[in-house]
Design a protein around this ligand. Sequence first.
Ligand SMILES: [Zn+2]
Length: 206
Amino acid sequence: MPIISAYPEPIQQAIAYLSHLPGIGSRSAERMVLSMMTWKPEEREGLGCAIAALASKVAHCPICGNYTEVGHPCHICTSEARQRDIICVVEQVPQLHIIEKSGSYKGLYHVLGGKLSPMNGKGPNDLRIAELAQRLEGEAIKELLLALSPDIEGEATANYLAQLFTRPGLTITRIASGVPIGADLTFADSATLATAISGRRVITMN
Ligand SMILES: [Zn+2]
């Protein structure tokens, strides 16, 4: 453990907050703060303002649950360039942004806020499922794409949603899962290979 008690209070506090971040221990946090102390004072102030704005100016989009500026739906929900008859359901906001960065999807999103997990006391009422139901009533949605983790809880959540929202005119799909790009089949585990085989696609058919 680094000895941080010789630092003035503001430095100690900054170290304590930064070490809450995933993958950042107190030693890395200490290095980050000491590095910031070499910045110009106005740069440190700028960082402080940016962090303060995360609390005062950012909220969840009232429609999809993405992050947005307080009081406004997010830029995806309001964009005229998006395909408006498909909703991609994700567990958390970061997954929405990973799909966005892939550039492979142009529809709308819905952030559930997690997945069903009876072991951890997380039931349907703890997720944004009622909000999704409302959207399916009010918007002309043709496809619900479930982009949930391929684990037991993700499967259970996908099955629950598929049963709940089965109705004429609505196609419910799941993202494919299987062997990652660039991976060697020799090292794939059998559960991954089993999903890859059951989700196989046709290359030629005669
Ligand atoms: Zn939104």
